[in-house]
Design a protein around this ligand. Structure first.
Ligand SMILES: [Zn+2]
Length: 520
């Protein structure tokens, strides 16, 4: 008896030692951390989306498959989800690209058909020709017939395939300076070469096509080892191909020296006609203020040179994981929680702009929206988007986040309104409080953003886990706040700049969504 009393006392003492620590941390916040760490679904979901489905080009079958996959995931988590069409787009599915140099020697080239590029029925063989350096547009018209049946090399050959950081590490200062100077001069000369044709990058491809070229060969180096950016084509009948820096340089030099290389190009893709374009939404109804909204946001579409892993697979994963955690530990939110996985961000924020136009009931009653769209890194920047009172509210929500999850987070209040870099801007433009969660860059702009190397292996899962629990906590706090975030606009600071360093002087204007993609 005495012993058990002693034990009891001991237990009580231990308890009372533990209680202050527990009391400090909100039990929901503690549960978010536990769920994010003990039961993360990030790797499984990333594998299923990036490896299993693949890239998510607007208008592609994969984009639809990805939406089906996300809806099924949400249903599995007990969250209601739906697809919402807002327009149509040109449907196009990528096939294989196979480009070989067959003369003067044989080599399979690392090459990718650009998105929406016309296909070839079978392998097309032809000589390569370099876009001529002509005096003016008249001379260019005289030269044009030379491209008939040939593949035209329209990109400047890079003087070096080594990124600048590699030169900085190993070159003498004199040779680095020389390389930079030469590259600058070559880049300027190539710009002039294009402009002297009388066309721009877009119309030049069409002119070459009209003159009977077999195809257009470009190379959009992303200034790192092994990375090219893969965008869309401007031709209507002949294929437009990106050839990686190394192989492009090879073709260019052989063409220039008179070796007359011949390549064989097989580019399979399928035109699908006009197909629906859509957003994918998930929702947890609010229990007290169901007509007020807290939103999670990340665009779902991608370019398709890689699998869109960091643009914006990672933002997508963060929001899906945050939703899963919230459903588990905070199933009855005070306000309605809505997640937007936007379509066609890459063509101009079209999905989120359409949502803003179509859902005034959400936009007018938006407590806050959190968008993430710059890669896999830990969230290190959070600004007030130019809302005068954001600091009081967002700052208060952030105070609930334990220190270790916001150690490297820098805040800037009131900050400047986002001008169009990503989907939060669609909301900010109509005065609705939407915030961008800026991630650490992990060489995003050169190595993954819109490149052929934006793949699963670039994902940093520890950073993603951190981001998912940070988002879950911010959404939870925003739902619980007894007050609604006021929309007063702060005076824009004189030195405010957007993420491209351009000055911001006025509140951004609303831009209409493109609801009909480019169909011939
Ligand atoms: Zn993006």
């Amino acid at each position: 008896m005495r012993l058990s009393i002693a034990l009891f006392t001991l237990l009580l003492t231990t308890q009372s030692l533990v209680i202050p620590a527990i009391a400090q941390q909100d039990p929901i916040v503690a549960a978010i951390i536990k769920e994010a760490n003990d039961n993360s679904q990030l790797k499984r979901m990333s594998h299923e989306l990036m490896d299993g489905v693949g890239p998510r080009l607007v208008g592609s079958t994969k984009m639809m498959q990805a939406s089906d996959w996300a809806i099924a995931q949400y249903q599995q988590y007990g969250i209601s989800a739906r697809r919402e069409n807002y327009g149509t787009w040109r449907g196009w599915d990528r096939g294989i690209t196979h480009v070989d140099m067959i003369s003067p020697w044989t080599k399979s080239l690392e090459a990718t058909q650009l998105a929406f590029s016309p296909s070839t029925k079978k392998a097309v063989k032809g000589e390569t020709i370099i876009l001529a350096d002509v005096a003016d547009s008249t001379a260019f018209q005289q030269w044009l017939p030379n491209v008939k049946g040939k593949f035209v090399l329209i990109a400047m050959p890079q003087p070096t395939g080594r990124p600048d950081y590699n030169w900085k590490e190993f070159a003498t200062k004199a040779s680095m300076d020389k390389m930079l100077q030469e590259r600058k001069e070559q880049t300027e000369a190539w710009r002039k070469r294009i402009s002297k044709t009388g066309y721009n990058n877009r119309t030049l491809a069409a002119a070459l096509e009209k003159a009977g070229a077999a195809g257009i060969i470009g190379s959009n180096w992303s200034q790192g080892f092994g990375v090219n950016k893969i965008f869309d084509a401007y031709t209507k009948k002949i294929p437009t191909i990106d050839v990686m820096l190394e192989d492009y340089g090879l073709l260019y030099r052989l063409t220039e020296s008179g070796a007359a290389p011949i390549i064989s190009v097989l580019a399979k893709s399928k035109e699908l006609g006009e197909v629906p374009t859509f957003n994918t939404l998930g929702e947890m109804k609010g229990t007290e203020k169901s007509n007020e909204y807290v939103m999670l946001s990340a665009h779902f579409d991608s370019w398709d040179g890689g699998t869109g892993a960091t643009d914006n697979g990672t933002g997508t994963m963060v929001m899906m994981e945050a939703m899963r955690i919230l459903k588990k530990v905070y199933p009855n939110p005070k306000r309605t929680i809505l997640v937007g996985h936007w379509g066609s961000e890459e063509q101009g924020l079209n999905g989120s702009r359409a949502f803003v136009e179509d859902h005034p009931e959400v936009v007018n009653n938006l407590q806050a929206l959190f968008n993430q769209d710059n890669g896999t890194g830990r969230i290190i920047n959070l600004g007030g988007s130019g809302f005068a009172k954001a600091k009081d509210y967002v700052g208060r929500w952030l105070a609930a986040v334990p220190g270790e999850y916001k150690d490297s987070l820098k805040t800037s209040f009131p900050g400047a309104p986002g001008g169009g870099g990503s989907d939060h801007a669609s909301f900010v433009a109509v005065g609705a409080p939407a915030f961008s969660l800026g991630a650490l860059n992990w060489s995003y702009f050169n190595y993954t953003w819109h490149t052929n190397r934006d793949t699963y292996d670039k994902i940093v899962f520890d950073d993603l886990r951190n981001n998912a629990l940070l988002v879950a906590m911010m959404v939870y706090m925003a739902c619980e706040d007894p007050e609604k975030l006021p929309r007063d606009k702060a005076v824009i600071q004189g030195n405010a700049t957007d993420r491209n360093g351009q000055p911001i002087r006025n509140w951004p204007q609303q831009v209409k969504a493109i609801r009909l993609g480019p169909i011939d």
